[in-house]
Design a protein around this ligand. Structure first.
Ligand code: SF4
Length: 218
């Protein structure tokens, strides 16, 4: 079962109204001091937890604090610095290649447009939206694994497809609320509507959630 399209805006509005106040200051859980650090951290966080990334980034950014230094990094050294992270070989290459593009095309700075961010290796729409919203204050729909799961269970999207969920939220939620809703659903998925053993009995959304995919559970 999924909601008809005309119901989605109502469900999303209720979700924001209930979850927004619970997570008023929610933002990226990755630790960073600059846009460059955030960009690198989000690239590292693919298929990996924020906590794992936060453990390696202090030493990583002490050694390579900006795009010019990262662009010159020796790949074996970069790999060694992030070896505890999944897909470290690919991610080391992505970090250095992205840094080189930032140096060549953007004066070493992180660009403030979706189009330019998507050119960087390892950067998809989730990463770009998180960087644009966190660093530049632009509205961003950040569809991570938690937002995907909660959207599916709430019946907002028929399938766990990031592009579909982003479009549905974009079509049904005011731009000004995109970032706040994304972070609120992220926290809800991380701490309440978890992948395993979600806390349905005490969930604030239980009154209208169809719990799709959880029949017999929760
Ligand atoms: S009722 Fe259960 S499935 Fe629905 S949002 Fe809450 S925790 Fe998730």
């Amino acid at each position: 079962m999924t909601y008809a399209s005309h119901d989605r805006s109502r469900i999303l509005a209720k979700t924001l109204a209930l979850l927004g106040p619970l997570w008023p200051d929610a933002k990226a859980l990755l630790n960073y001091n600059t846009c460059f650090e955030l960009l690198c951290s989000v690239v590292l966080s693919a298929q990996c937890t924020d906590e794992q990334v936060n453990r390696v980034t202090p030493a990583l950014f002490e050694r390579w604090p900006d795009a010019p230094s990262m662009a010159e990094a020796e790949i074996p050294e970069l790999e060694a610095a992030i070896r505890s992270i999944g897909f470290w070989k690919t991610k080391a290459r992505h970090l250095r290649e992205s840094a080189a593009i930032l140096v060549e095309s953007h004066g070493g700075q992180v660009p403030a447009s979706m189009e330019e961010l998507l050119i960087l290796p390892g950067v998809g729409r989730k990463t770009a939206n998180l960087v644009l919203s966190s660093c530049f204050g632009q509205p961003g729909i950040i569809v991570d694994t938690h937002v995907l799961r909660v959207s599916r269970r709430l019946g907002i999207a028929e399938k766990a497809d990031p592009a579909l969920v982003e479009k549905i939220i974009a079509d049904n939620v005011e731009r000004a609320n995109w970032t706040r809703l994304s972070h609120a659903i992220n926290r809800h998925g991380k701490f309440v509507c978890r992948a395993r053993k979600p806390e349905c009995p005490t969930c604030p959304l239980a009154g209208f959630c169809p719990r799709i995919g959880l029949e017999g559970e929760g």
